[in-house]
Design a protein around this ligand. Structure first.
Ligand SMILES: [Zn+2]
Length: 430
């Protein structure tokens, strides 16, 4: 009898003791329960989304993914709008919104497209245990599923009505249409109408630590062209000038030795020069012709530049122009910069958001979150709103190998990411 009583008492204790730390409210515990109960449903949706090709240039495929998502958001009570973007040669922009709540206005960012066009060999979802493989499985269809899962849990916990959320899914994140001012017009406007932004790209892991970023570098391409006075090689450097090849070599070497500063990288990806040289518009292909004994008349170089803030990018562009202007004898050169992705510089407001999310992770019994190095994240859509609002990057599934055949995601990250996002939205909506 005594024995039974002890067992019952222990069982009662076990039930009373939460499996997570006691920092969660009753409603937040409902969020956790809801996320866990929808796990299989979410994985099934991810499989369906991944199996529809939505390469950025596959207009029908991107539109089909939008059509599949519409009822998922409408079911939760969000209002969906679709804006075709034929003017920039892309499918369109999908927005699902729930307004009328009392809290912060939260922008949730992901995208419909992937880098894998219909001619890629990588087309299908495959699951091995908790690891899933497929085009866009972590970049970023897994992130879309995390968003839906979080909103579903908020609804189940009776908290969605209090929230002001706008889900923004562009159809061309991986290969934006141009001009960017048109392609990102609606995203920038949505940022200006919000208080903060959460980006559902793949979460990084450093070691085994879940890692969230509050900054990322921007990227832009540069193109260099140089001319020299062609002539007999016997005169090179002794009255005949140095020619275009030496001029380009001087410039890229001075970039290498003079531009270095923290958070900045600059790559020279292509170089070509001779008596005659031509380069295509994308700077991916060049043809040259010349002879040993002719001073080079024409040369080209191309590359990119990644910086952590717009100020840094502008400052470095100016330095590059100064270097270009120091011409060698009888040469000239010009540099131009292509329209690029802006940077998201870390701010105190984004740091405060990170701290809030990290506390939620502690309240969930998972300890502190790791803050990632902004230099290690590529450019992304959230940077277009980073001037106007603070934000967090990496709220989607943990993944590896994005943009490459064999991209994977870890399903074990689905529930924690959805719980964190939903509880963060709930706390910001109080
Ligand atoms: Zn991507």
């Amino acid at each position: 009898m005594l024995k039974t009583k002890t067992a019952a008492a222990l069982l009662a204790l076990a039930i009373a003791a939460p499996s997570f730390a006691d920092g969660l409210s009753g409603d937040e515990k409902k969020i956790v329960a809801s996320v866990k109960s929808h796990h299989d449903e979410s994985v099934a949706l991810l499989e369906k989304l991944v199996n529809v090709n939505s390469g950025s240039l596959n207009i029908a495929g991107v539109t089909k993914v939008a059509d599949m998502l519409r009822p998922e958001f409408e079911k939760l009570g969000l209002k969906v709008t679709w804006t075709p973007m034929a003017e920039i040669g892309r499918a369109g922009t999908f927005v699902a919104a729930h307004h009328g709540g009392t809290g912060k206005k939260i922008l949730l960012i992901a995208h419909l497209d992937t880098v894998f066009e219909p001619d890629s060999p990588f087309q299908t979802f495959k699951r091995t245990g908790e690891s899933v493989e497929g085009p866009g499985v972590s970049d970023i269809k897994g992130g879309i599923v995390v968003i839906l899962d979080a909103l579903h849990a908020l609804k189940d916990a009776g908290l969605l009505d209090k929230a002001n959320v706008t889900v923004f899914l562009s159809g061309d994140e991986e290969k934006p249409g141009h001009p960017l001012a048109t392609a990102r017009r609606d995203l920038i406007a949505a940022g200006k109408a919000s208080d903060l932004a959460l980006d559902f790209e793949a979460m990084s892991r450093e070691g085994d630590k879940d890692t969230i970023h509050i900054g990322r570098r921007g990227a832009l391409a540069w193109r260099l062209s140089a001319t020299g006075t062609s002539g007999h090689s016997s005169g090179v450097g002794v009255g005949g000038g140095y020619g275009a090849v030496y001029e380009v070599a001087r410039i890229v070497d001075e970039f290498r030795t003079e531009l270095a500063e923290p958070h900045l990288t600059y790559n020279t990806s292509l170089i070509a020069g001779s008596a005659a040289a031509e380069i295509d518009e994308q700077a991916t292909r060049a043809t040259v012709s010349g002879k040993d004994n002719i001073i080079a008349g024409k040369a080209y170089a191309a590359g990119d530049l990644r910086a952590l803030s717009e100020d840094q990018a502008e400052r470095v562009k100016k330095k590059m122009q100064d270097i270009v202007g120091r011409h060698l004898d009888k040469t000239s050169a010009e540099i131009s910069f292509e329209e690029g992705y802006p940077a998201m510089a870390p701010t105190a407001a984004s740091q405060a958001l990170f701290d809030q999310l990290s506390k939620i992770n502690g309240d969930l019994g998972m300890g502190a979150l790791n803050e990632g190095d902004p230099d290690k994240r590529g450019a992304g859509d959230i940077a277009f709103v980073a001037h106007d609002v603070p934000g967090l990057v990496g709220m989607g599934l943990s993944g590896k190998g994005s943009h490459a055949v064999g991209e994977t995601a870890d399903l074990a990250s689905l529930d924690p990411q959805a719980e964190r996002a939903a509880i963060l939205i709930a706390r910001l909506s109080r």
